[in-house]
Design a protein around this ligand. Structure first.
Ligand SMILES: [Zn+2]
Length: 311
């Protein structure tokens, strides 16, 4: 039996998993992300944890195929990161450092791209080779898998769907510095922004309260039949559905996999996205499925392990 490690580095914790090469998760654990001193302890901490687990499970080093790592930043195909705000990293040769620290082969990818690979392997996109994953969290993350491989691009920024411009007239600024990014409308914070605007001009009775509005509250109210909430969801769905129709003419996916905190609303979400998608999609892109992600927080470690298994 061969094994590999899947590592998902986040701003507060590093999620880690030990996998059999067939895909079974043998062990799963977390360590704290030490972002002090420009995050210089992060990779050594991961290497030490891998060393410890290798001993704990009595694995022989020859049976370990390698370590896959997802990083919250664009990662080039050479495994280089040119700065990660969440980790405090500047230029970092992550692949080389990880290989030197562990003595194992290392494969590095952007966290959202890696999560998409995980969902294709064992999650909502299982059995497919061409998927686009959209992660609706605080921001909007994305990952494009074409023929089973991550679309990395020249700068490691392939699949950054959240920064597709969907409103050329927007005056508010996105976290990236541009204006009108999809993330400003379709993330959890984007939905709150849409809701606040709507509630500011709403005259009809609604169960939604402007002061403590959340994306979850909006979709809970949709389920309860609140008309104002439904209209907010329609607006959200138009931004996202139209954007996905544009993405489809480039990527031609078999399925869109919807994940992230907002997707916890469940199946209620799907028609709000699918309807506007169908309205704008190129005819040949209409035969596509919309599915929910199923791996939750494990998508990252699964995809990271798959990076190594595919290498
Ligand atoms: Zn942006």
């Amino acid at each position: 039996m061969k094994y590999c490690f899947g590592v998902d580095i986040g701003g507060t914790t590093v999620k880690m998993g030990l996998f059999e090469s067939e895909g079974k998760i043998l062990d799963k654990w977390e360590i704290t992300t030490d972002t002090s001193r420009e995050g210089q302890a992060i990779l050594p901490d991961i290497a030490a944890s891998i060393e410890k687990k290798t001993e704990e499970h009595h694995l022989s080093r020859e049976d370990i195929l390698g370590v896959g790592v997802g990083v919250p930043a664009p990662v080039t195909s050479a495994g280089i990161v040119n700065g990660s705000a969440n980790l405090g990293w500047k230029y970092k040769e992550v692949k080389r450092e990880m290989e030197e620290l562990t003595g194992f082969r290392a494969e590095i990818g952007n966290d959202a791209n890696v999560a998409a690979l995980g969902e294709m392997w064992k999650g909502g996109g299982a059995g497919r080779k061409n998927i686009v994953m959209v992660t609706l969290g605080t921001g909007v993350g994305g990952g494009v898998i074409i023929d089973g491989k991550i679309l990395v691009g020249q700068n490691g920024a392939g699949g950054e769907i959240g920064h597709l411009c969907v409103n050329y007239e927007e005056t508010d600024t996105c976290g990236c510095g541009n204006r009108g990014c999809l993330e400003q409308y379709a993330s959890a914070t984007g939905i709150v922004r849409l809701a606040k605007k709507k509630l500011g001009e709403e005259l009809r009775p609604t169960t939604l309260k402007k002061e403590d509005i959340t994306a979850k509250a909006v979709f809970d109210a949709v389920k309860a039949g609140d008309e104002t909430a439904r209209e907010i969801a329609v607006e959200f769905g138009k931004y996202l559905g139209y954007a996905l129709a544009n993405i489809a003419v480039v990527t031609d996916p078999d399925a869109f996999v919807i994940g992230g905190g907002v997707s916890k609303a469940g199946e209620v979400l799907i028609p709000f996205i699918r309807e506007p998608y169908m309205e704008k999609a190129f005819f040949a892109n209409k035969k596509v499925d919309f599915v929910l992600a199923t791996l939750g927080n494990d998508a990252g470690i699964c995809g990271a392990a798959k990076l190594v298994l595919d290498a």
